[in-house]
Design a protein around this ligand. Structure first.
Ligand code: AMP
Ligand code: MG
Length: 317
């Protein structure tokens, strides 16, 4: 049975209330959602995605007030960020309440929470009396889906319903901020820039790939990857036949390759637009049969940092 794609919020609600997993739109990427308070429902997410259980899930709620029920503390820095940036692409890691099953947090004593900024999903969340655990709606390790069609192509045979909310407006995952030994740290770069975070709460540290996975389980270096090998940096024309090269570009094509071998993420040179188009572009290049994809390095500022992070992860295979 193939999933149904539709805009029926009550249908999604009923399936979720029955303990099933449903794909939902958010402004970052599409999520595979289930009742976060029901371990059996959450288990289905792992099964459908083939996701290792050490990778904890983000819990989505309709508002800060509702999500407050699932944490035991909401420190000042977190209140400031939530007030300014929710609903939005920001996830906070806070001490978890008992009602959140260990399966959701991989046994950790913290839980990741977020209010997503998508009208249909906010409506759905406000109709439910439980929050939704939802990782990206793709098989583990592959590029995240930014449209209902992407979800259909990869998980269509495994889920009953895909709530279609159009294309994701942000297109990269949320920025995750947490506190480790009293220091506020950006645990994952994403849809909110480090500059925006710092403007609200002052200087923060940014966890880089070199730091241990213990702090943020599941932030595997190889992630978000297309099947075609991807290299970040200038195109190595001397190493490959030109016809076998695909190129992911920021704002202009390389003159040395045919335009059909390349995807430009933002002609206007806008990092937000580039982030929004990133995953769909990886998919497109993956389908073109190139032997190698060269991705241009993006400016290390604003959402450029999150884009570079995803590209580097996609490159480590
Ligand atoms: P996503 O892939 O967007 O569903 O995000 C899930 C990611 O959030 C996980 O892979 C972890 O890296 C991170 N995460 C979730 N819960 C926690 C937590 N309690 N502490 C630290 N990181 C977490
Ligand atoms: Mg994911």
């Amino acid at each position: 049975m193939l999933a149904e794609i539709g805009k029926d919020i009550s249908k999604a609600r009923e399936l979720l209330q029955r303990g099933l997993a449903v794909a939902i739109p958010t402004e970052t990427v599409y999520g595979l959602a289930a009742n976060a308070l029901d371990p059996n429902a959450v288990l289905q997410i792992f099964e459908i995605k083939n996701r290792p259980q050490f990778d904890p899930l983000i819990v989505h709620g309709a508002s800060r007030e509702r999500l407050s029920n699932y944490v035991t503390a909401f420190p000042d820095w977190a209140v400031k960020l939530a007030d300014a940036l929710w609903p939005g692409p920001l996830t906070l890691v806070l001490p978890k309440a008992k009602s959140i099953p260990d399966l959701v947090t991989s046994g950790m004593d913290t839980v990741a929470i977020r209010v997503p900024n998508h009208p249909m999903t906010l409506d759905l969340l406000s109709q439910l009396d439980f929050p939704l655990a939802a990782p990206s709606a793709n098989p583990f390790g592959y590029v995240s889906p930014t449209s209902a069609k992407h979800v259909m192509m990869q998980l269509g045979e495994k889920i009953p319903y895909i709530l279609d909310g159009g294309e994701c407006a942000v297109g990269v995952e949320s920025t995750i901020v947490g506190e480790v030994e009293g220091r506020v740290i950006v645990l994952r770069l994403g849809g909110v820039s480090v500059e925006e975070v710092e403007a609200l709460i002052g200087k923060v540290e940014v966890l880089t790939e070199s730091l241990p996975n213990a702090v943020i389980p599941g932030s595997l270096t190889s992630h978000y990857a297309p099947r075609t090998p991807l290299v970040v940096g200038p195109i190595e024309f001397d190493k490959y036949k030109r016809s076998l090269i695909g190129a992911l570009r920021f704002s202009v094509e390389s003159e040395k390759l045919h335009p059909s071998q390349q995807v430009v993420l933002s002609r206007a040179g806008d990092l937000r637009e580039a982030a929004k188009n990133l995953f769909a572009a990886m998919r497109q290049l993956d389908r073109q049969g190139a032997k190698v994809i060269f991705a241009e390095e993006f400016p290390e500022e604003g959402l450029g940092r999150a884009i570079n992070d995803r590209l580097r992860r996609a490159a480590t295979q």
